[in-house]
Design a protein around this ligand. Structure first.
Ligand code: UD1
Length: 362
């Protein structure tokens, strides 16, 4: 079986790593990795390949930057040529980024089977570019690998047949446990933020990059005002996404004194920080899930989530843009009264093996 696996943006890399490892154990599977180049900075891309042990991509499409349409079109045009040459039996896409959408459309129009890993998630918010990517990818995919039970419900409602939907758990959590084990063998002094951790007994991690939060000056200013208030009680550390940095500069927003800004961090550097954080404040999808897996309190600066299990069973809560809710949740966490949560079903480190078993039966 010839498979092409797609990765393009930062949140894809941690998802393909465990799948590649599982494929490596199956001689019947021959796979190639295509990096679309959606993310192109060294610290948004290459560092993850090195740290997560992913082999060099077989193709790099260099399609980063530009508007959604420009980016999607560049990826589609370049990927079509690769499909013509390689004639894969199946294209495997992960997540919900523009690369996921672009490559699934190309493959399907060439009558190639598409498998979507992390299928069925819905925020029901069509202003999110990722929601459109999720909906379109699922509308045309042949095989759906689902991370949480709500994903199956959503796909069934959209008319997918049960034989195409597979509840396998979460490859990103496979990667988390794998890397955490490696991290635990590493000397603490080897991490860049070792000094920060030694001098800050408690701290919160911030990540923000969603267009709905960072592209509007009023919204971003409001978020920074809230963060300033929190920073009076708890130091904040913010590895900042390039989009957010450029918006802060454009809107003239300066960080509060008790906030440390860093460049985007590598997977291990970031894990080493957030695993011991008092709390995580984020608008990321993946981090809502990773914090649930390790039981770290998470406050999500969004009105909705496509990952409801993290709120229902995990340590996540949606605070939206409400200052009252945010401050009250922060107090609860500071007082040690936050929910401890439980690990969702199949978030056990074996999702990639389940996916592989299903694929070789196709
Ligand atoms: C993308 C994904 C989002 C994911 C996020 C993780 C889509 C629609 N969005 O958003 O789901 O959560 O990645 O980071 O696919 N930039 C750089 N260097 C880079 C990458 C981006 O400078 O390596 C800057 C560029 O100015 C670029 C902007 O960030 O135009 C936005 O990048 P883009 O890939 O369009 O979307 P993200 O906001 O990163």
């Amino acid at each position: 079986m010839n498979i092409i696996m797609i990765a393009g943006a930062r949140p894809n890399f941690m998802k393909i790593a465990p799948i590649a490892r599982a494929f490596d154990n199956i001689p019947a599977i021959h796979y190639q990795i295509v990096h679309t180049g959606q993310h192109y900075d060294q610290n948004m891309s290459d560092v993850f390949f090195t740290e997560l042990g992913i082999r060099k991509p077989d193709y790099h499409l260099g399609a980063g930057g530009g508007s959604h349409a420009q980016q999607t079109a560049k990826i589609m045009t370049a990927f079509e040529t690769i499909c013509e040459k390689e004639k894969p039996d199946l294209v495997l896409v992960v997540g919900d980024v523009n690369s996921t959408l672009a490559c699934s459309i190309v493959a399907k129009k060439m009558h190639i089977q598409v498998a979507h890993v992390e299928a069925g998630l819905r925020s029901f918010d069509r202003d999110m570019p990722e929601e459109i990517n999720r909906m379109v990818t699922d509308a045309i995919s042949d095989l759906f690998f689902v991370t949480e039970e709500q994903g199956m419900v959503n796909l069934e409602k959209e008319g997918k047949t049960q034989d195409t939907i597979h509840f396998v758990g979460h490859v990103m959590i496979d990667n988390l446990y794998y890397q955490l084990e490696k991290l635990n063998q590493m000397p603490v002094e080897s991490f860049t933020h070792h000094a920060y951790k030694s001098t800050h007994k408690e701290y919160a991690i911030i990540t923000l990059h969603r267009p709905s939060n960072v592209d509007n000056p009023d919204t971003l200013t409001r978020i920074f005002q809230s963060l300033e208030t929190i920073s009076n009680k708890l130091p904040l550390i913010f590895p900042i996404h390039p989009r957010t940095r450029s918006q802060m500069e454009q809107f003239g927003i300066t960080p509060p004194i008790n906030m440390t800004l860093t460049e985007p961090l590598s997977y291990m550097e970031f894990l080493n920080l957030w695993k011991d954080a008092k709390m995580v404040l984020t608008d990321s999808g993946g981090l809502q899930e990773e914090t649930t897996a390790l039981g770290v309190p998470c406050l999500t600066i969004r009105e909705n989530t496509e990952r409801p299990i993290t709120v229902e069973q995990g340590t996540n809560e949606l605070v939206g843009l409400s200052r009252e809710k945010l401050f009250s949740c922060v107090d609860t966490i500071m007082n040690g009264q936050w929910k401890t949560g439980q690990k969702p079903k199949f978030w056990d480190g074996h999702a990639a093996e389940r996916i592989t078993k299903i694929l070789i039966k196709q």
